[in-house]
Design a binder for this molecule. Structure first.
Ligand code: MRU
Length: 368
């Protein structure tokens, strides 16, 4: 996607051929700043402190983190330590575990001297695959938006609602939930996106609004609690969100608040779709509510708010009483029964084991 008209990706190898350039997403939407990862610790910090975030981008960054670690020391012990460090950064998005496993499998049998080059090549491959997958998700989901427009008699815009940021900033390029929206916009289908602000970190207000704006997609930022009201008044045609982990039975774990949007959508007959790349499916988990670890983050993300003052400085202010405890759950699980369909790179399916296996039949064979 483009930033000020320039094609840009969220992660790439720098010109020196070994450091890794990322966009520091903690600085958006006020400043567009890139920075370089030179060590495994840099990569782990970038994921932990959410300079990079979004399930697919976390996976891609972890892959390059292992490449950086193997460049420094290709021994087995270092590979194991590096993998553990990365796996401990964020617990919910399963792409992290997937990417670390891919990287380990790629280098395990190689002599030490060949490991770093192979790791860099596989990390680049993971990034390219992510771009292709997200583009394919966009193509699969485009039909839903076209259908919604046709159902409106091709009058006005298709009103979509999304939560958090599942756009190109959450992936290497294109995004998952936003990919069909970008393609629809580019194809001339009029779209308008209701952007949930997504407290506490405001990935909707800060990131989704920013990237939609860069691409010229009409959008409106709303407080997190507005969606139900909009749906009651016929102002949402379609909801599309991302997911950090999808169970083998079609439950989806995504940014906190997604579940409430799915409930409101069900109550109002609004189609609720979730977009996901194959690596976001955790085939080992069947019960999302019982089995997926839900990240709890620093309470200051909730008790404090950062932004740009009217004078132009970035400032952080406290919004809760000093003495009030806070709880900062980062994700929730939307049960499969509330999900109208899963948009994958291979097609759209029911949110169920049967639905997923119809698109990923090799997983049925693997488990039987
Ligand atoms: O905490 P974040 O910002 O990493 O959460 C991101 C999300 O919840 C996204 O919706 C999810 O990762 C899907 S990204 C394509």
């Amino acid at each position: 996607m483009k930033v000020q008209g320039q094609p840009t990706r969220t992660i790439r190898l720098a010109e020196d051929g070994w450091t890794v350039e990322i966009i520091d997403q903690t600085r958006l939407p006020h400043d567009f700043v890139t920075c370089r990862l030179e060590t495994l610790e840099d990569a782990a910090h970038a994921i932990r402190a959410m300079l990079v975030r979004g399930a697919p981008l976390i996976g891609a960054t972890a892959a390059y983190g292992l490449a950086l670690a193997l460049r420094a020391d290709p021994a087995d012990e270092n590979l194991g330590r590096a993998a553990e460090t990365l796996l401990a950064t964020r617990p919910t998005a399963v792409n992290l575990r997937w990417a670390v496993a891919e990287m380990r499998a790629c280098v395990a049998a190689l002599p030490a001297g060949e490991r770093a080059d192979a790791a860099y090549a596989r990390a680049a491959g993971i990034c390219e695959e992510d771009v292709a997958i997200c583009r394919a998700i966009g193509e699969q989901g485009l039909g839903l938006i076209r259908d919604a427009w046709a159902a409106k008699g091709r009058e006005g815009a298709v009103n979509l609602l999304t939560h958090c940021n599942a756009g190109w900033l959450a992936t290497v390029d294109w995004g998952t939930a936003l990919a069909p929206i970008y393609l629809a916009h580019d194809a001339g289908v009029p779209v308008h996106v209701w952007v949930d602000e997504t407290r506490p970190r405001n990935q909707g207000a800060g990131l989704t609004a920013w990237e939609l704006g860069q691409h010229g997609v009409p959008h409106t930022v709303i407080a997190d609690n507005v969606g139900g009201h909009l749906m009651q008044h016929g102002l949402v045609d379609l909801c599309i969100t991302g997911t950090d982990r999808t169970t083998a039975t079609g439950d989806v774990c995504n940014k906190i608040g997604t579940y409430l949007k799915a409930l409101a959508a069900r109550d109002n007959g609004v189609p609720f779709y979730v977009a996901l790349p194959g690596p976001t499916i955790d085939w080992t988990v069947s019960d999302g509510i019982g089995e997926i670890p839900i990240e709890q983050r620093d309470g200051r993300e909730l008790s404090e708010v950062s932004g740009r003052t009217l004078e132009g400085a970035i400032a952080t202010v406290r919004i809760t009483p000093e003495a009030s405890p806070v709880a900062n759950y980062a994700f929730d699980v939307t049960p499969a029964r509330l999900v109208g369909g899963l948009i994958t790179e291979r097609g759209i399916c029911a949110a169920s084991r049967e639905g997923l296996l119809s698109l990923y039949p090799e997983r049925g064979a693997a488990q039987s």
